[in-house]
Design a protein around this ligand. Structure first.
Ligand code: SF4
Ligand code: SF4
Ligand code: FES
Length: 409
């Protein structure tokens, strides 16, 4: 048993007061969960402390919350680990820049633990972000999460006569969507999504992962229509900024960002043009790095709005028009340091890579083309390759095990 201090962000609407922080002491085995600590407080100290939970086994998706600023499940986070993270963050806060999400959240709190003080840093527990709080740690999942899930038509849309019994598909054809099918609708990814913070209308990671579950399903007949819908919506698949936050938050390894990249790949393959030029923007990155080795921001604008003809980095008439319209953005880019020098704005005055570095960059592209890899996606490999890697690892483990002993499984 060990003693822990948890600091909970509370909100009791019936009191007429705003949100406030309250600390509690709990006594638990380190391997027990943060949810267990809340239930202990509820049982022994304050029955009004409100938290949503059911399975206590990372299955039902009810207990989404922020722990030390990181969105996740209360029942899947061990209190011992949460304490270690709280200590680490307190030290980091004292010695330098704060961690992105957690640091920002806790930095706003004047009463945070002072590193160096004798007492251990408290574990900070808050309701999930990007959704209204109903009471204490209970958030309104309906107004954001479920509304967005319904937005993507989360059911199969097959064509033709329904079969007499179930639809039969090859098991292999479902492998691609098993990752998105693992979602338990906990909302942790929605809570952590930085794009949704900036644009609450963004369809969001959970709903887009759900959308891929149907786009990739061989029984669904409206994949292309779904892709048009998600790509042409200005708050759709191109509204994601690749921040990886949802990948870190997801307790079931759904990696919603990867599912969004899969949707983008399919939309690109279907030749769908989106109003934000998101697809052209991705291709522009790939093309400019191939030709120049580093990112030329001035060409990025041009190539995103109107790709050069025949794969060349030559401005077209539309590109010039769009670039003129983007002058305020460019000025902001220079001011914020994103466009580091004025000469870079003028095509042709872009610093080249030293020596043979550019040849090496192109060799990477050549290798990728020969091996069917894509640069604008984070998804690599296929099931065959993964099986091969696993088989190789098993073989290595078996060889490494001393004679007479079984290799660890
Ligand atoms: S990767 Fe995209 S969807 Fe995921 S949290 Fe970041 S912005 Fe949101
Ligand atoms: S994708 Fe992951 S984090 Fe998002 S709702 Fe599903 S299980 Fe939760
Ligand atoms: S209580 Fe079910 S996922 Fe945590």
């Amino acid at each position: 048993m060990a003693d822990y201090k948890i600091k909970v962000r509370r909100f009791q609407p019936e009191s007429g007061q705003g949100p406030y922080w309250e600390e509690f002491k709990v006594e638990l085995e380190p391997s027990l969960s943060v949810l267990d600590s809340l239930l202990q407080v509820k049982d022994r100290e304050d029955g009004s402390l409100s938290v949503r939970c059911s399975c206590r086994a990372a299955i039902c998706g009810s207990c989404g919350m922020k722990i030390n600023g990181q969105s996740g499940l209360g029942c899947k986070t061990q209190i011992g680990e949460a304490q270690e993270l709280a200590e680490k963050m307190a030290r980091a806060t004292a010695s330098g820049p704060r961690t992105r999400e957690a640091g920002r959240e806790i930095a706003g709190d004047d009463e945070r633990a002072q590193p160096g003080a004798e007492e251990a840093a408290p574990i900070i527990i808050e309701p999930m972000g990007n959704m209204p709080v109903i009471k204490d740690l209970i958030t309104d999942m309906e107004s954001t999460h479920w509304t967005k899930i319904r937005r993507v038509t989360p059911w199969l849309l097959p064509h033709g006569e329904a079969p007499e019994r179930e639809y039969i598909v090859e098991p292999e054809s479902m492998i691609d969507i098993t990752q998105s099918m693992a979602c338990i609708q906990c909302g942790a990814c929605v809570s952590s999504c930085l794009s949704m913070e900036a644009d609450p209308d963004f369809i969001g990671p959970a709903a887009l992962a759900k959308a891929y579950r149907f786009v990739g399903d061989p029984r669904d007949a409206e994949g292309v229509e779904r892709l048009h819908d998600l790509a042409e919506d200005p708050h759709g698949i191109y509204d994601c900024t690749h921040c990886f936050s949802c990948v870190d938050a997801c307790p079931k390894d759904v990696a919603p960002m990867d599912q969004i990249m899969r949707l983008r790949r399919k939309a690109g393959e279907a030749g769908i043009e989106d109003p934000n030029s998101g697809h052209s923007h991705e291709l522009a990155f790939v093309k400019i790095i191939e030709k120049k080795g580093t990112l030329d921001e001035s060409l990025l604008l041009q190539e995103s709005f109107a790709p050069g003809i025949k794969g060349k980095l030559v401005p077209s008439r539309r590109a010039i028009k769009e670039m003129l319209g983007s002058i305020p953005t460019a000025i902001r880019g220079i001011k914020t340091g994103k466009m580091r020098s004025l000469p870079k704005l003028i095509p042709g005055i872009h610093h080249k890579l030293p020596g043979t570095a550019q040849d090496e960059v192109q060799a990477i592209y050549k290798h990728a083309e020969e091996h069917n890899e894509e640069f604008n996606l984070y998804i690599k490999g296929d099931e065959g390759e993964l099986a091969e890697i696993e088989a190789e690892e098993n073989l290595e483990t078996a060889i490494a095990a001393p004679a007479g002993e079984e290799a660890p499984s």
